[in-house]
Write a protein that binds this ligand. Structure first.
Ligand code: SF4
Length: 367
């Protein structure tokens, strides 16, 4: 029978910060946006990275972060950039409303706050695109405020430390409350990052390395032998499948692209013209040439493009044709194929381009 930890949870909570911070001092991940030991965190870098890291992995964010910082080294520079350029640099990171809010936030900080981010959760939460999690992360990491930061990694660590068996997402409020009891008054930013690092490198989803964990002696799930089973999750709902068609129209070495409306999914990004995506595969709907932007000798490319969004899975048929017309009905512009990599094309449209031109090699190698 596994032994229960010696400390009851509340006492254990107070005892967590010390060993965790000592572990962090030795094992902190080196990340491009993170201040090294003894350096002050740059609030602009912290904010930029936290917005990019929402729903996106550290490995994916790294190159985007470096490009943004090289091109717009401070919040005034980003605020002064044309939105179109910001969207182009963001292309491929997904969740594009983040990029629009990022730009709006930079403008607000630049013009209303003299280029300085508010230091507390309340002030930060009033800025565009900054929700409770991001406000807490910036307050703690950039300004040392004792705010409680709970991302997916921290959720897992806390659920295990306290052996919380209720499944996600119902257990979230309980996790938050327990996490708050752990947050120390001093070195709150380091503590937040230490919890994230512990979840990313030691307390991993499938095989937690408890023998390397600085909190092993406090951990209830470890003591009960259920660490790898937590946090429990409610069964996922299947995503509905939607179908659509899109039309890869070329004129010499150019392709016709249009900009999506600012509001809504992929708002403000460029796209290959196509049908609505509201045709349900289950109904056997076959979106076809009815939605083509003009009459042409359209050929369907064998196979289809698939892409998963948060709430649905998309299957796109791709048609190609060539034309000599300078203007295509429905709005848009001709874009040189060799400039495609620099366009604000979301990942699903990059897949469409690669599908339409299977012999063109890696179209988007730059990113
Ligand atoms: Fe996670 Fe194991 Fe550490 Fe508990 S002891 S926090 S399960 S790594």
């Amino acid at each position: 029978m596994p032994r229960k930890p010696e400390n009851p949870p509340d006492t254990a909570a107070k005892a967590a910060a010390r060993p965790l911070l000592a572990w962090y001092d030795r094992h902190a991940r080196v990340l491009p946006w993170r201040a090294r030991k003894g350096e002050r965190a740059d609030p602009y870098a912290v904010w930029l990275s936290e917005i990019m890291l929402q729903q996106t992995t550290v490995a994916t964010v790294g190159p985007y972060f470096m490009r943004f910082l090289a091109r717009w080294p401070d919040v005034h520079a980003l605020a002064a950039a044309p939105q179109e350029e910001v969207m182009k640099e963001w292309a491929g990171l997904g969740y594009y409303s983040r990029a629009r809010n990022l730009h709006a936030c930079a403008k607000a900080v630049s013009s209303d706050h003299g280029g300085k981010f508010p230091q507390d959760v309340e002030g930060l939460s009033k800025l565009p695109g900054i929700g409770p999690y991001t406000a807490a992360a910036i307050a703690a990491i950039a300004f040392g405020e004792p705010a409680t930061v709970v991302d997916g990694n921290v959720e897992r660590v806390v659920a295990r430390l306290f052996a919380l068996r209720t499944p996600l997402p119902q257990v979230k409020p309980d996790i938050r409350a327990k996490a708050a009891t752990l947050t120390p008054e001093r070195r709150a930013g380091d503590f937040a990052q230490a919890m994230m690092d512990l979840g990313a490198t030691v307390c991993t989803p499938k095989n937690p390395a408890c023998n390397r964990c600085p909190l092993e002696h406090l951990c209830e799930a470890k003591a009960e032998g259920i660490a790898a089973l937590l946090p429990a999750r409610a069964p996922k709902k299947e995503r509905p499948v939607r179908r659509g068609a899109c039309f890869w129209l070329t004129r010499g070495d150019q392709v016709w692209l249009r900009r999506r409306p600012d509001k809504g999914l992929l708002g403000g990004m460029m796209e290959v013209p196509g049908s609505p995506w509201d045709m349900r595969a289950a109904e056997g709907a076959e979106p076809g040439l009815d939605h083509a932007p003009l009459d042409a000798d359209w050929t369907r490319v064998p196979g289809s493009v698939e892409h998963s969004f948060t709430h649905f899975h998309l299957v796109l048929d791709v048609y190609t044709a060539a034309t000599r017309r300078k203007v295509v009905p429905g709005g848009g512009e001709w874009v040189s194929l060799d400039r495609l990599a620099g366009e604000a094309l979301p990942t699903v449209m990059r897949k469409v381009a690669a599908h339409a031109m299977p012999d063109a090699g890696p179209l988007f190698a730059k990113r």
